[in-house]
Design a protein around this ligand. Structure first.
Ligand code: GDP
Length: 194
């Protein structure tokens, strides 16, 4: 079953987002496949814009499920063509959200399964660990990983995140692999306890 979430609002600062009973966030490098994944979870084409110009989505985008739980799509980090000053602004927006958003229960860090963890991914994972922000990894573009490389890639990714290989969620937005599993997880995380 696709997640029945709808767009609520975009904001520059997390304090401008509506309150929520429980919230999860998606974060990842530009072009990691974040918009495609959000669209696949909702089974909609244009919910989160799939952009050919990575780095365009510069705001915190909030979506809500019928349960009242919310999802925040954080701006993609690490797009080289962004001017330095703007990059710092983004970083602050993301970091402030991750550190100060009280409603935040879990961050899904997207890593490109084909490429493996990049330096920026590792920085983000270290930062989350150092700041004890609860997080887990979603590896994207499973369909692009050569079968002969899959076992090694799974091990490397888990090691980078200091997780067990079984704890990394693998998806392909293109093929739909793993989408239902992740949708279930999101639905259960975003169902407020009575
Ligand atoms: P974002 O910048 O993280 O939102 O990434 P997008 O969702 O815009 O995707 C970046 C590029 O990767 C696009 O060309 C997508 O078509 C492609 N892509 C995303 N997910 C997948 C996937 O599961 N498999 C494959 N083969 N390509 C994907």
């Amino acid at each position: 079953m696709p997640l029945q979430f709808r767009f609520v609002t975009s904001a520059k600062r997390h304090v401008d987002l509506p309150e929520s009973p429980c919230e999860i966030a998606f974060v990842g490098r530009s072009n990691v496949g974040k918009s495609s994944l959000i669209n696949a979870l909702a089974n909609k084409r244009q919910l989160a814009k799939v952009s050919n110009t990575p780095g365009r989505t510069q705001l915190l985008n909030q979506f809500v499920l019928p349960t009242g739980g919310t999802i925040v799509d954080l701006p993609g980090y690490g797009y080289a063509r962004v001017p330095g000053k703007e990059l710092a602004g983004w970083q602050r927006m993301i970091e402030d959200y991750l550190l100060e958003r009280e409603e935040l229960d879990l961050v899904f860090v997207l890593v490109d399964g084909e490429i493996g963890p990049t330096k920026l991914d590792l920085q983000m994972l270290d930062w989350l660990r150092d700041n004890t922000v609860p997080h887990t990894i979603v590896a994207t573009k499973l369909d692009k990983v050569r079968p002969s490389k899959l076992a090694t890639r799974k091990r490397d990714l888990a090691k980078a995140a200091e997780l067990d290989p079984g704890d990394v969620i693998w998806v392909s937005a293109s093929k739909g692999t793993g989408i239902e599993h992740l949708a279930h997880l999101v639905q259960s995380l975003l169902t407020p306890s009575a």
